[in-house]
Each structure stands twice: as C-alpha cells, then as structure tokens.
Design a protein around this ligand. Sequence first.
Ligand SMILES: [Zn+2]
Length: 255
Amino acid sequence: MLSVTPIPAFSDNYIWLLRQDTTPDVCVVDPGDAAPVIELLERESLSLSTVMITHHHPDHTGGLAELIKRYSPRVIGPDNEAIGGIDTPVTEGDEIRVMGRLFEVIAVPGHTLDHIAFFTPGIPPLLFGGDALFSAGCGRLFEGSPEQMHGSLQKLAALPDDTLIFAAHEYTEANLRFALAADPHNPDVVQAMQECQRARELERPTLPTSMAREKRINPFLRVADAGVRQAGSVHGSVDSDEATFTTLRAWKDNF
Ligand SMILES: [Zn+2]
C-alpha cells in the first residue's frame, strides 16, 4: 500500500515522501532541503531509492547534491542540464515505474519552461504537480507565457476528478483570499476558506486537494465561469478562456 506524507521545508514548501509498508526504500519529490529529509529517513530507518524533480527552482532541488552523496538514489526529472544530478531525464509522455506505480510525465510549462508533473492512475490517481497547480491557485509565470500556463492547466484538468493533487507549497489561504475576489458568488470558495482556516489553526496541511475540488474552487480552472469572467472584466480582457486566464494571472500578481 503506497502512502504519501509531507515533509515540511523552509516556510511553506512540502517535500512529498512516498513509501510502501513492505520496503524501507522510499521516494521524495522536490527535496529543496536535504536536512529534514535525512532527519526523517534516519529516524524511521528508511532508505532513499528515488527522487522526482518537477522543475529547476532551488527550493525544489537544493537538497539534491547532499541526498545523492548520502543515498545514491535514482533521480528523475526534467531534461534540463542546469539541474545537476538528474540521471533519468524525462519528457512529456514518458512512463516510469516508481514505488510500484507507473507514473506518466506531463509537460506543464508556464511557471518555468522545464516544468513537468508526475501522474499515476490507480485508486486513487495521484498527481505531483510542483508549482504548476496549487489549491485554489497556480504558479507564477517566471518563464512561460499565460497561453502556455493555461494550456498546462487545461491538460491537468482533463485528469480524473478523483485525482489527489500534491502541490509543493502551502499557499491555499492566500489563494482562497484571491478566489473570494475573483469568484465572489461561489459558496464553495467560502466553505473552502473556512475549512482551510480550521486546518491552519490546527497546523495541518491543506493538501492534498482533489481535481473535483479544484474545479469548484480554483479560479484559474474556472475561467469559463460567468461569475469569474464578470469579476475579471474589471481588470482586463475576458474575451476568451485564455484571455480571462491572462487577466486573472496578472490581477493575482498584484493582489
Ligand atoms: Zn518554482
């Protein structure tokens, strides 16, 4: 049985740990910092066999060198030489077996150009999406265009509704604050904010979220919604889904 747990890092990153109860070999996704990973592996007598990387930003890759030195794991990630240590570069459509599950690589450019996501069908399906799709939000556009990011999110939205989404940051509360403005007549957003604040008071992660939930509360997946368009129209063009996405992303950058 595969389980996924967060290792908190920095102020709001999650390094996701994948483990099976039958083996001490585990996988981590986006180890920006080696220290909390090593601490957990030592404490629970686990061994790091695989690392998955979604994109080149240091808060996702900073722990790689030390983890490689210590555990020599297989390192799967974008085909980007700037990320030192990747021995299994992957691109759109590639399939790789990790922790007994077959993962499909989905290219999701926008936040960065090298950004990929890892999806595995199953019960439930799992998505490790890095900084592409957050709960109630999406990544900032550091390298890609709004068109690219919109296309990437549309690809992810086509995944099954019961897909569990493991995003790399605890950004949900700030994202929901924006969602309340961008989707002001949506009762699901109000309820999500209440649930989020309760979880944060208890210092619990608001992740994973699910695709079904994101389709109800994430304004960046709801650009076709009349209420979102209406709210967005004050800030820019809402002439098409892509235009509405562009408007929302720019609005959120200055929110
Ligand atoms: Zn990033």
